[in-house]
Design a protein around this ligand. Structure first.
Ligand SMILES: [Zn+2]
Ligand SMILES: [Zn+2]
Length: 96
C-alpha cells in the first residue's frame, strides 16, 4: 500500500499514476477511454492525452452522453459527493 492510506479511505478510487483520489465519474471517463485495467485521475489523463483537464472531461462526456450503458451509471452518481469539490472543480459535473 502507499502512503496515501488515510486519503484512500475517503475516496472511492485512486490514480494508478500519482495516487490522487478521483470520483466515480472520472472512473467512468477512464472506461470511456477503454482503460479497464487501470484508472487515472483527470490531471494524469489530460497529461497522457495532451489536453487540458477541462477538454479531457468534455471529450469523455461527449462519449458518455451518446451511450446509454455509460449514461445510466453516470446519471446515478451523486456528483455532489465528488471529493474534488472540496479543493477544486473536477469537471465531472455534467448531466443531462
Ligand atoms: Zn493521477
Ligand atoms: Zn468528480
Amino acid at each position: 500500500m502507499s502512503t496515501h492510506t488515510t486519503e484512500l479511505l475517503l475516496l472511492p478510487y485512486a490514480c494508478d499514476a500519482c495516487g490522487e483520489g478521483f470520483c466515480e465519474r472520472v472512473s467512468l471517463m477512464n472506461l470511456s477511454l477503454g482503460l479497464t485495467e487501470q484508472g487515472f485521475c483527470l490531471a494524469c489523463l489530460s497529461t497522457e492525452y495532451g489536453r487540458t483537464p477541462e477538454a479531457m472531461a468534455a471529450f469523455c462526456w461527449d462519449y458518455v452522453k451518446a451511450r446509454d450503458c455509460f449514461l445510466d451509471p453516470w446519471q446515478k452518481v451523486d456528483a455532489s459527493e465528488c471529493p474534488k469539490l472540496f479543493s477544486q472543480s473536477c469537471f465531472c459535473q455534467h448531466s443531462v
